[in-house]
Design a protein around this ligand. Sequence first.
Ligand code: 5GP
Ligand code: ZN
Length: 296
Amino acid sequence: LLDELQASGLLFPTGVDGVYGLDARFETVVQAVDDLVTREGADDGAERVRFPPVMPMGQLERGGYLKNFPHLAGTVHCFEGDERDHREMMRRIEAGEDWSDTQAASDIAMTPAACYPVYPMLAARGPLPADGALIDVLSWCFRHEPSKQPTRLQTFRMREYLKVGTPQPIVDFRHAWLGRGTAMIESLELPYHVEAANDAFFGRVGQFMADNQKTQELKFELQIPINDGEPPTACMSFNHHLEHFGELWEIRTADGALAHSACVAWGLERLAIALFRHHGFDIEQWPASVRATLWP
Ligand code: 5GP
Ligand code: ZN
């Protein structure tokens, strides 16, 4: 599939697995899926916020990402030396030698999931309103997992709705989106199934956490067959965090309890690839009903 996507010009290779340029057709579809998500959620009155693809290192530390997913995190390093250090760096680059120790860790890291910067934003506002908070967020995300599968990118756009508040509305929010999300994929005429899943927690303790997450049904994925001969690809996820982020960030409900949260996430490039895979590389030839859903 990667070869076909590159041959058709939809993806441009950069020489690094999981990092591609995207052409105008691809971007048109990404934008249309993003807009469809906006229309699906329009009646809920979510607050729209956008963060850059980097976040303060301190937020990644406190948000637990380095503890649970050290193998996926990306940190930003920069040159802070003087002219002599610069000459040495250039000498090594020209000689093809390792120059990584000329770079120093900065105070920012790559954003790993769109909702990560939202918790500190909410925490800084003080106790939540009585009906909680509903946030619409989109971010370029980074995960260090180079792969030859076009559905596994090192940087990709994740659109999310995140709800934070008292326990029952959080359960209801995720339940409602399980219904709406599957209806949305049906309207795009894509094959799919939904199943309990887990995040890629690191290490042996992580395996225990992953098993727990799955048996407690804290994460569901909507999976679409995309890569021939491979397991289907998670294109949406529905995550119930219980009070995990409320506790990490000290987010309180109006009555002072720790807040619960849930998010529903769309992988925009994955959904674009799913559409190209199932309806063909020529958007003009897609079923009229699918085109009408995407471009009403
Ligand atoms: P999660 O936090 O559940 O792992 O990711 C949320 C959503 O982001 C997934 O359902 C998927 O659609 C998208 N996503 C996760 N990892 C990747 C990836 O490596 N490449 C792409 N294109 N999308 C991803
Ligand atoms: Zn999230």
